[in-house]
Design a protein. Structure first.
Length: 153
């Protein structure tokens, strides 16, 4: 049996096969880089991290049996303000929500991963598919952040 919580841990803070994990990439962001927009109309790094956090919270909610919905904080939340304090809070929240999800996933038995997420339509995906999708989501946006950081070099 695959240790699904370890798969998230690798993408989040571990030895991801594709390169640096998302936390390593986020930790390399300087305060002045977090809110800038090197590509017009693209999201800032802070917005991407807020987006990742929103969806991590939503995945946790769904895995606790709640019906699928838009994340409580929205799909693409905006930073309250563009300060060092705000950036540090954004990063802290990202870490907290990922640790919560890892801890939740560690409580699952093998059979739990085959359960289906509740959706308003009655159709859904398995807990495994949802969880695996979040891991892919982390890797995808980690790549975006890495590219945005290259514009500042």
């Amino acid at each position: 049996m695959i240790d699904f919580s370890n798969e998230l841990r690798k993408a989040y803070i571990g030895d991801a096969w594709h390169g640096n994990n998302v936390s390593c990439i986020i930790s390399s962001v300087k305060d002045n880089q977090a809110f800038s927009r090197p590509i017009v109309d693209a999201h800032s790094i802070a917005e991407i991290v807020l987006h990742l956090t929103s969806w991590t919270e939503e995945v946790s909610s769904r895995l606790m049996g709640k019906i699928s919905a838009e994340p409580a904080k929205g799909d693409w939340p905006s930073p309250i303000e563009e300060t060092t304090v705000t950036w540090n809070a954004i990063v802290s929240d990202f870490h907290i929500e990922n640790e919560k999800l890892i801890n939740l996933s560690m409580s699952f038995m093998a059979d739990d991963w085959a359960k289906h997420v509740q959706t308003p339509s009655g159709r859904g995906i398995s807990y495994f598919e949802l969880f695996n999708g979040l891991i892919q989501h982390h890797a995808y946006h980690a790549g975006q952040i890495s590219l945005l950081l290259k514009f500042r070099s």
